[in-house]
Ligand binder design. Structure first.
Ligand SMILES: NC(=O)c1ccc[n+]([C@@H]2O[C@H](COP(=O)([O-])OP(=O)(O)OC[C@H]3O[C@@H](n4cnc5c(N)ncnc54)[C@H](OP(=O)(O)O)[C@@H]3O)[C@@H](O)[C@H]2O)c1
Length: 335
């Protein structure tokens, strides 16, 4: 098999380190590996399988000769550097929101729309928002089989979704330490914050909510789906949970719904509430699948169903999905 020159940008972060772990777990064909982060991490050594690489300062490096770069260093780094990598001949798989809604940029979940990857093209491919990825994995089979009219999504998002800063604040609060430079606008321990990202003062939505709304329609390629979302940060270390209310276009029995969900790749139905068995954040952590349970009819609307959806935000919500895109890109280009 052909081998490729890889790079991870943001290699010292929560997502970047997870990417390195998953590149190794999935045995990607790595010929060489370059790692980039900020100047303060330059010189640090990080392992990925048998390879030990030295972290380089992104602002002060030459990036020629890289085939595939996984970016997870924040939107402003992506906006500045991803186009330069592409110009140098690299396909960039970008975890930030910088390019997701651009018309010509593919927004890919490999189980759903791998056809958006163009063979032979070194371009930017966006990885969707973590809450969106787990949501669309559940929605895709429902939309294909019954059509989706409307969605009401409420998220319960882990602090690891905010990177090292979110985890550090929760840890400090739990240790009873004074938090001198808090990441969140309020205490996060023993609390729930309906405040993720930047507020759009015109609409009243925070941008995490807008990402779920807009990206869901783009990935499902149906802008007629009505979506609303409330995104909430909760004091959970890892895995995002979501309450999802769906109004289908066609009537479907719970058995039919369960059957199409069970057939969806990457999705696991965990649904035996009599025995208190349903998806849990602690069980989903360190797994690559999306888990769905509490599947029931919503009698308050026509063709309504309610579900509870959980997945590891650092894995399927970020690093696993990015590595799967890299794998698909390789497969498509070697066909
Ligand atoms: N956490 C999640 O669940 C999740 C899910 C989906 C997408 N994302 C996206 O992934 C990205 C990274 O998230 P994260 O959770 O891994 O954050 P993180 O733990 O805070 O890590 C941030 C990374 O970016 C690097 N970085 C920061 N400023 C930089 C600069 N000026 N130049 C070069 N590198 C710089 C950091 O390097 P230093 O260590 O040197 O500062 C670190 O490697 C963000 O765009 C985020 O929105 C995160």
């Amino acid at each position: 098999m052909k081998e490729y020159n890889f790079a991870v940008v943001g290699a010292t972060g929560l997502v970047g380190r997870k990417m390195l772990q998953i590149l190794e777990e999935r045995n990607l064909p790595i010929k060489s590996l370059r790692l980039f982060a900020s100047a303060k991490s330059a010189g640090m050594k990080i392992r990925c399988g048998d390879i030990e690489a030295v972290v380089e300062d992104l602002a002060d490096s030459d990036f020629s000769g890289i085939d595939i770069a996984l970016f997870s260093a924040g939107g402003s780094r992506s906006r500045e550097f991803a186009p330069k990598f592409v110009e140098a001949g690299t396909v960039v798989i970008d975890n930030s929101s910088a390019f997701r809604m651009e018309k010509d940029v593919p927004l890919v979940v490999p189980e759903i729309n791998p056809h958006r990857i163009t063979k032979g093209k070194r371009e930017i491919i966006s990885n969707p928002n973590c809450s969106t990825i787990q949501l669309v994995i559940v929605l895709k089979p429902l939309h294909d089989n019954f059509g989706i009219e409307r969605l009401v999504v409420s998220t319960y998002q882990a602090v690891s979704g905010s990177g090292k800063s979110g985890q550090n604040q929760l840890q400090a609060e739990r240790n009873g330490e004074e938090v001198t430079n808090p990441f969140y606008p309020h205490q996060i321990d023993a609390n729930c914050l309906p405040d993720i990202g930047k507020l759009n003062e015109k609409t009243g939505y925070f941008d995490e909510e807008e990402k779920v709304i807009n990206e869901t329609r783009k990935i499902l390629e149906d802008y007629s789906i009505k979506v609303t979302c409330t995104a909430v940060r909760v004091p959970v270390w890892t895995s995002h949970s979501e309450s999802v209310n769906v109004q289908l276009k066609k009537e479907a029995s719970l058995n039919e719904i369960r059957r199409v969900l069970q057939e969806m790749p990457g999705l696991v139905v965990v649904d035996n509430p009599v025995k208190h068995i349903y998806p849990l954040a602690v069980d989903a952590a360190e797994k690559d699948e999306v888990f769905v349970g509490r599947i029931r009819k919503d009698p308050s609307i026509d063709n309504g169903i309610d579900m509870w959806v959980v997945s590891d935000n650092l894995r399927k919500g970020a690093a696993t999905n990015a590595v799967q895109i890299a794998q698909k890109w390789i497969n498509i280009n070697e066909e």
